[in-house]
Design a protein around this ligand. Structure first.
Ligand SMILES: [Zn+2]
Length: 276
């Protein structure tokens, strides 16, 4: 990790501590509506409900499962509220802004929970874990492929998931620093882009300010229906600069970014709708 990334990492940790201290929110969808609980939201094949859980943390509910990505258990998701769901927890790598061991305690509360690690973590011995190289795993209704990298000198994966008529990519920290494309990054994106005809939801870490070469390359390859920039810590509004540029180059693609945790939307027929 170079010095700039190290400083950024420390800054993020500070933001998280403040965030943890301040949070009182629950995962239940606030704001009313008939389907204001996650267990009450009924989805068809090809549909998804998506919640932003802070930084790189997301929840995606499809017709048969609830997937949680790189979530730090800060009290925002109450495992009791999702204990009746078939839950798949994805952890891309071991950095403190993506993984907290307390997440493993959920298995005491949620009977149908599956953990998927992006590396051969010590904690992963009784769970599913990807290692070096690209492989594929069938986990219940999910087909999961990974790409591997160690850009920060630790083992990491990004995940490509097919489930319930959807193709979803979650990058973790697989990103490209400003400037020329890292050959490993480019090769991984090229490989992933060949794995599906359609990419419904693409969650992408944005590291490439101000020219965003890597991000734009990935969007060009994936041509997703919805692209979601992430890894903003408490600076979510910074996504606007990237999205403005990306929209000008790819006007047919829908970009969505949250302003605060709990922001959410419904994905249906390739479009996004407010989720109340
Ligand atoms: Zn990160």
């Amino acid at each position: 990790m170079n010095l700039i990334r190290k400083c950024f990492f420390l800054l993020l940790l500070a933001v998280f501590l403040v965030n943890v201290a301040a949070t009182q929110t629950t995962f239940e969808v606030v704001g009313g509506g008939d389907s204001n609980k996650i267990s009450e939201i009924q989805l068809k094949n090809g549909e998804a409900a998506v919640w932003y859980l802070f930084h790189s943390g997301w929840a995606v509910k499809t017709s048969s499962v609830l997937m949680i990505f790189d979530y730090l258990p800060n009290g925002f998701v109450n495992p009791n509220e999702i204990k009746d769901q078939d839950v798949y927890v994805f952890i891309s790598h071991g950095h403190g802004d993506h993984f907290d061991r307390n997440l493993l305690k959920w298995k005491k509360v949620i009977p149908n929970i599956t953990y998927v690690f992006g590396w051969q973590a010590q904690e992963a011995q009784t769970h599913h874990a990807f290692g070096k190289g690209r492989t594929s795993k069938s986990l219940g209704p999910l087909k999961v492929k990974n790409i591997y990298h160690n850009f920060d000198n630790i083992p990491e994966s990004a995940f490509l998931i097919e489930v319930d008529g959807l193709t979803i990519y979650f990058s973790g920290d697989h990103g490209n620093s400003p400037g020329a494309l890292n050959p490993v990054y480019k090769e991984n994106i090229d490989y992933l882009s060949q794995q599906s005809e359609v990419f419904d939801l693409v969650f992408l870490s944005v590291f490439g300010s101000p020219t965003y070469d890597g991000e734009l390359y990935a969007i060009d390859k994936f041509r997703p229906r919805v692209m979601l920039p992430m890894h903003y810590g408490g600076r979510e509004s910074d996504a606007e600069r990237f999205v403005t540029l990306a929209r000008s180059k790819f006007p047919e693609i829908k970009f969505w970014y949250p302003m605060k945790k709990g922001d959410r939307f419904l994905y249906k027929n390739g479009k996004i709708f407010p989720l109340k």
